[in-house]
Design a binder for this molecule. Structure first.
Ligand code: URA
Length: 233
């Protein structure tokens, strides 16, 4: 059993405050009866409608998080704060975990989910979901770096797959990777003697970081966004 307002908000439609307005306006029914109480407890058997449309409640929750620096992308950590600590109470689920890793000092798009199959789909190396990062380095960006990235860079754990580097400024660029090794971008620039000073993930597959989401904020993915995440070129 779950609170009605929490359930509606968790389906990626609206904030809990907006959901409370829908309820007050009589737009929600439970088993055919208009329901105005946000605290009403509902179970998976209850039929809920919003504006006359029956809601298909997803058993899973998938959140988009704008990861700030200073948090580790693990479910538990003895020393550091984890990205799960950023999740507000209404979105807490026992099985929620980060689908993929970003370094502690890396910011940007992270997916948190309690859907193991979805996480596998995003992370499986064979699926090659491209990930885009905005990167700043201490040295001048040079075309030879872009050429090296395209060719593949020899790292201690083998040669990287071809990656794209689009130079956007004297020290900035956009990197697209189709794999995710430990500290990969930092190590790739390291081969040119350059140090990464800022790194932000902008997208995973066709899913972009919502610019309205401030660092540390998260919200459920909409149905369209879930599809984008699963889209392969
Ligand atoms: N590459 C890195 O070096 N760090 C990240 O967090 C992601 C990609």
């Amino acid at each position: 059993m779950e609170r009605l307002d929490k359930l509606l908000a968790s389906q990626g439609m609206e904030s809990r405050r907006e959901v409370k307005k829908w309820l007050a306006d009589g737009r929600v029914t439970v088993n055919g009866v208009p329901e105005k109480h946000p605290e009403r407890k509902v179970s998976p058997e209850d039929v809920i409608t919003v504006d006359g449309r029956t809601l298909t409640v997803s058993p899973h929750l998938t959140l988009m998080l704008h990861k700030p620096a200073g948090f580790v992308s693990a479910a538990r950590d003895a020393r550091d704060r984890t990205v799960l600590e950023l999740v507000p109470p209404e979105y807490r689920r026992k099985e929620l975990f980060p689908a993929g890793r970003l370094d502690k000092d890396t910011t940007g798009l992270m997916i948190l989910t309690d859907d193991g199959a979805l996480a596998h789909d995003i992370l499986a190396p064979k699926k090659h979901v491209p990930k885009r990062y905005r990167v700043t380095i201490d040295l001048k960006m040079e075309e030879r770096m872009a050429a090296g990235f395209a060719e593949g860079i020899e790292l201690s754990d083998g040669k990287t797959k071809p990656a794209a580097l689009l130079i956007t400024g004297e020290h900035t660029g956009i990197v697209t990777l189709r794999e995710g090794r430990y500290h990969q971008i930092k190590r790739m620039f390291g081969c040119f003697g350059a140090k990464v000073t800022a790194l932000c993930r902008l997208s995973m597959g066709a899913l972009e970081l919502d610019p309205a989401l401030g660092p540390g904020e998260c919200r459920p993915l909409t149905e369209e966004e879930l599809l984008l995440l699963k889209t392969r070129e």
